[in-house]
Design a protein around this ligand. Structure first.
Ligand code: 45I
Ligand code: ZN
Length: 260
């Protein structure tokens, strides 16, 4: 659709990388067609247990802002859902648009949300470190949460208040207590499918768990994301917006739902 083209036109150079990696059969993001998703009664509820004191810092890595966690122990983990093992929380970040009409990476019935939260976890049961897990088919599990325009999100506000300190690429500030479960809807319903990282190296190592219910944030909070910069201090400023990858072909995949 034309909007997709305008989306690509404004994409950060990184996201204009090849639409899919050569030979890629499970690339992300995808459109989730609700009526084509298959209810799987064997999917368990996802169990989330995060220790807020494992939070380390927020940093602007030039693509998004990441909140990173101490993943040297099993203090912040997820288990259950479609997962065979427990996975450790490493970081969370967001993707958003220049305007509220788009910004999410995944879409639902071709509907874009203004932003999407990703909580990145890795399989510390089977792999010694994150870098190795990134290269394995069951190495990562990413929870996706859609953000929609609505009421102000008090939990998100503590993050938003810290953003001016990481306005430029490669800036970081300490952020020592934050419980990311406040950003995850209490409704247990999710879709799940086998996919990939949506940034280089685009490896096909992610079990995606996309929450059906969005969280609500207000316009000022979305605007705060858009005050960040792709560029370092001293460089010509480029606003950090439209930091999402284009939709990828579903190919031979089924999206399962945990709900009827
Ligand atoms: N949208 S997504 O969940 O696919 C995603 C986006 C960004 C990043 C990132 O590192 O910036 C990540 S990451 O934390 O998984 N890092 C991937 C790149 C990487 C590979 C190996 C070592 C360090 C970084 C994931
Ligand atoms: Zn992401």
């Amino acid at each position: 659709c034309s909007r997709k083209n305008t989306r690509n036109a404004s994409l950060h150079p990184l996201w204009q990388s090849p639409l899919t990696i050569p030979g890629g059969t499970r690339q992300s993001p995808i459109n989730i067609q609700w009526r084509d998703s298959v209810y799987d009664p064997f999917l368990k509820p996802l169990k989330i247990s995060y220790d807020p004191t494992t939070c380390l810092h927020i940093w602007n890595n030039g693509y998004s802002f990441l909140v990173e966690f101490d993943d040297s122990t099993d203090r912040s983990i997820i288990v259950g859902g479609p997962l065979e093992n427990q996975y450790r929380l490493k970081q969370f970040h967001f993707h958003w648009g220049a305007i509220n009409d788009w910004g999410s990476e995944h879409t639902v019935d071709s509907k874009f949300y203004p932003a999407e939260l990703h909580l990145v976890h890795w399989n510390a049961v089977e792999y010694p470190n994150f870098e190795e897990a990134v290269m394995e088919g069951n190495g990562l599990a990413v929870i996706g949460v859609f953000l929609k325009l609505g009421a102000r999100h008090e939990g998100l506000q503590t993050l938003v208040d810290a953003l001016p300190a990481v306005r430029h690429k490669d800036t970081v500030i300490e952020f020592d207590v934050f419980d990311p479960s406040c950003l995850i809807p209490s409704c247990p319903d999710y879709w799940t499918y086998a996919g990939s990282l949506t940034t280089p190296p685009l490896t096909e190592s992610v079990t995606w768990i996309i929450k059906k219910k969005p969280i609500e944030v207000d316009e000022d909070q979305l605007e705060a994301f858009r005050t960040l910069l792709f560029t370092s201090d001293g460089e010509e400023e480029r606003r950090m917006v439209d930091n999402f990858r284009p939709l990828q072909p579903l190919m031979n995949r089924t999206v399962r739902s945990s709900f009827h």
